[in-house]
Design a protein around this ligand. Structure first.
Ligand code: HEC
Ligand code: HEC
Ligand code: HEC
Ligand code: HEC
Ligand code: HEC
Length: 219
């Protein structure tokens, strides 16, 4: 008898189940559309590094260009982490006896690379390409923040799909001339309206049209 199998109180669940039937598919669409992935939405992630390398000293005070060390950033998908030799161009002479440089000397002598810990790491199913951005006038600062002021690098942005798409849908406020991509101070003297009109002009001039197709980032 039906009423023993489904006691009367279960009637109250019927609207709730109906609601779930509507909400769950929307939730799934939301997750697919906006990239709700708690694993990778670690803005602020800041692992300690084997050598206390400071971007604030090197890129900030000493004014070194990002590309001195991250040599492949304009030519390849990945931005190379510099080999020990790049550091030793200076540190065989500059503060060579500093204790914190010991792991660097070990690496220099053994040829084993320093084991830097990755701060940014997208899941394998997502494809990213530095050169596609840097050569179209998207500065490091849009995605990594003021690295030139960081003693220890941290992750500035979530790197979620939602975040990628936000810019792909509306790049104008984040574009600049390619020659300024590593200039962390560029644009500070400009109003948002000025940035917008510079970006809009560059987008039209260079036919910039970031893809929103799934296959651009999932190959
Ligand atoms: C501009 C790049 C970009 C485009 C376009 C894009 N995705 Fe993604 N997608 C990502 C990134 C990056 C992640 C990893 C996000 C993370 O780690 O949080 C991701 C993650 C996902 C995930 C895993 C679950 C999640 O939300 O993290 C699914 C499913 C997904 N995308 C489906 C799609 C579909 C379907 C489309 C087309 C409608 C699409 N993506 C278009 C960049 C993109
Ligand atoms: C003197 C060499 C040097 C210069 C110049 C330099 N970097 Fe780095 N960068 C490193 C090293 C070494 C690491 C790895 C250790 C760390 O994370 O601090 C690194 C790490 C990073 C990371 C994190 C990589 C990861 O693991 O995800 C980012 C982002 C970054 N640099 C951006 C920049 C930007 C932007 C500039 C220019 C403003 C710059 N770097 C200038 C040497 C340099
Ligand atoms: C262009 C020259 C140059 C290069 C290349 C260079 N450094 Fe330095 N580094 C300096 C100078 C100058 C100082 C400041 C020394 C002082 O404090 O008197 C410094 C300081 C340091 C310090 C001391 C801590 C601090 O924050 O002051 C560490 C550690 C260090 N560098 C690591 C590295 C590593 C690792 C690399 C390679 C990724 C590197 N450096 C590449 C010039 C350089
Ligand atoms: C449009 C956003 C964006 C811009 C612009 C950008 N990066 Fe990145 N960067 C990322 C993402 C996303 C990752 C993680 C890539 C991965 O895991 O495959 C990353 C990773 C890195 C890494 C770690 C090594 C690697 O490639 O995985 C370094 C170093 C780095 N970026 C430096 C730079 C420098 C220097 C610039 C400017 C010249 C720059 N980035 C511009 C988004 C950006
Ligand atoms: C600040 C703006 C911005 C952010 C953030 C951004 N992109 Fe882009 N992306 C662009 C621009 C601009 C282009 C160049 C489009 C062109 O050349 O027409 C581009 C191009 C690309 C391309 C080359 C294919 C194409 O669309 O032409 C890929 C792949 C890509 N982005 C993936 C990603 C992924 C994955 C993320 C997030 C992890 C991301 N982007 C974040 C602005 C951005």
């Amino acid at each position: 008898m039906a009423r023993f199998i489904f006691p009367k109180w279960t009637n109250a669940l019927v609207p709730a189940l109906g609601l779930a039937g509507v909400v769950v598919p929307f939730y799934i669409i939301y997750v697919v559309a906006y990239g709700f992935s708690p694993d990778t939405t670690h803005a602020g992630y800041q692992p300690p590094q084997p050598v206390p390398f400071s971007h604030a000293v090197h890129a900030g005070e000493l004014g070194m260009d990002c590309r001195y060390c991250h040599t492949t950033v304009e030519h390849a998908a990945h931005a190379a982490i510099p080999p020990t030799q790049s550091c030793m161009n200076c540190h065989t002479q500059v503060v060579p006896d500093l204790e914190t440089l010991d792991p660097l000397w070990d690496s220099y002598e053994t040829g084993e690379p320093v084991e830097w810990i990755r701060v940014h790491d997208l899941p394998d199913y997502a494809y990213f390409d530095h050169s596609a951005h840097v050569n179209r006038g998207v500065s490091c600062i849009e995605c990594h923040g003021r690295v030139d002021r960081m003693e220890v690098v941290h992750r500035q942005e979530s790197l979620s799909m939602h975040w990628c798409l936000d810019c792909h849908r509306d790049p104008d406020p984040r574009l600049r001339e390619v020659e300024h991509v590593t200039d962390m101070d560029w644009g500070l003297d400009k109003t948002p309206e000025e940035r917008l009109s510079i970006g809009e002009e560059l987008r039209k001039l260079n036919h910039i049209n970031p893809s929103q197709d799934c296959s651009a980032c999932h190959r």
